[in-house]
Unconditional design. Structure first.
Length: 168
């Protein structure tokens, strides 16, 4: 029974406390004070529900939207902290730029690895051709046709020229 009475009392007084105005002011020593009643003969300001003092200057014009740039996005305020929308937009832009840079770096690394593999294969083929022995090349049917010495020398010079051109 007492618990119900306490709950009803709290329920009735909570809206009164939540709706009360809060005032803030600075005393002669520079300290900021908060109270539900403003002191006499001081410049007390009313604090909004989110406990932030109201701005003293720069009255807002009613009904005028913030200026927008060419892309239709509202421009940043000239002074003061950024709003959450602007911070979120900046964050997403930084994420997109980072993802783009990461993709570009990955593509460059893959291209570099492919080129190193290509150059390594050229060097290995040149070494194999210079060792001599029985070396062949596949024809259109996939059959292995042995190369004679002149064909091997032509292939060596072609591979060396390709190596000099592509693998500096």
């Amino acid at each position: 029974m007492k618990l119900k009475l306490l709950a009803i009392t709290l329920a009735c007084t909570l809206p009164v406390v939540a709706g009360a105005q809060v005032y803030t002011w600075k005393d002669s020593s520079g300290r900021t004070h908060f109270s539900d009643q403003p002191p006499p003969n001081t410049d007390a300001k009313t604090v909004r529900n989110n406990m932030v003092p109201e701005p003293a200057a720069a009255p807002k014009s009613a009904g005028s939207p913030p200026a927008a740039n060419a892309s239709g996005v509202p421009e940043a305020k000239a002074s003061g902290p950024k709003g959450w929308e602007e911070r979120d937009r900046d964050f997403k832009q930084r994420q997109a730029e980072k993802a783009e840079a990461d993709a570009k770096l990955k593509k460059e690394q893959e291209a570099k690895a492919d080129k190193e593999r290509y150059c390594s294969d050229l060097r290995r083929n040149i070494a194999m051709l210079e060792r001599g022995g029985r070396v062949g090349k596949a024809n259109e049917k996939g059959e292995n046709i042995p190369m004679d010495d002149s064909q091997m020398q032509a292939e060596i010079s072609r591979s060396k020229a390709q190596l000099a051109k592509d693998c500096k």
